[in-house]
Write a protein of this length. Sequence first.
Length: 301
Amino acid sequence: MAYSDFENFLNSKKIEYKLNEPLKKHTSFKIGGNADYFVSVKSTDELILILKELNEKQIPFFIIGKGSNLLVSDKGIEGVVISLAKMDEITVNGDILKADAGANLAGVCLKAQYFGLSGLEFAYGIPGSVGGALFMNAGAYGGEMSQVVVSAEYVTFSGELGIINLSDMKLGYRTSIFKEGEKIITSVSFGLKKGNKAEILALMEDFLGRRKAKQPLEYPSAGSTFKRPEGYFAGALIEKNNLKGKSVGGAMVSEKHAGFIINFDNATSQDVRKLISDVQKTVLEADGVLLETEVIFVGKE
Ligand SMILES: Cc1cc2nc3c(=O)[nH]c(=O)nc-3n(C[C@H](O)[C@H](O)[C@H](O)COP(=O)(O)OP(=O)(O)OC[C@H]3O[C@@H](n4cnc5c(N)ncnc54)[C@H](O)[C@@H]3O)c2cc1C
């Protein structure tokens, strides 16, 4: 009943949506069942409108960025998956670059380079959205979001607008205040430094080249499966235990980079989860180290 009311609401407000949308189309793992509703919002106002309706009807929702750090259940996600991908404007004002949450990180890096602004080179090649990158405090090659973010605008789950400064974001290793829930990032402001355009581009290309050489980018994945345990490297521990190439169904520990689990042949979410737990068990027994997942599990159990 609540769902048909919600559909009437979407139609009456002319908000774009898809019914029973396969989430494998929206995740870099190419895994995941359906979302009952998949809604692409075009503005903060539209987002607020939807949130108020969802709250009133008590319909669950989930915010998706580029889906590059997600393992979505084979049974899909109940309720509404909201994408901000159509909110992707990027503006530059002096040394400040402001990007909507749905903007592609790669596009943001290229825009910064075009304006001769340095600081975001490390992020070139991380296949996420700006919102997802801040949520995860994404990082690589010695850089991370916490070094360049100044502030972010957000909407609370109940539809209130807010702004948060870097010092209040609780950014840590692959974590942020946004993981506590209640806030949807709508835009992020980055404080960058004037630099040399050619040098910025050369560094970006260097980082991308290193990714192509070391990471199994030819297969669907969600990047590093595990967080770096203190004092160790997840990939090295996995390799040491001869787990490279180990597979469950269509999921495999990459031969190229042991820190990645790849979808090499129509893997299910269950395949990946079983492989993750097998790897965790082996490493824990052999080395006493618990590998925590960086990849986020989401959806119906
Ligand atoms: C090949 C490959 C390489 C990668 N390399 C790196 C790397 O070097 N470093 C690194 O840190 N990560 C890396 N990743 C992981 C991933 O790209 C990052 O974590 C990225 O920041 C996730 O962004 P996303 O938009 O895809 O988020 P999603 O995967 O869509 O979502 C991740 C989480 O963020 C939340 N979220 C997304 N947008 C918002 C928003 N606007 N407001 C509130 N919450 C939001 C979602 O609800 C979810 O909980 C890699 C992934 C792949 C596939």
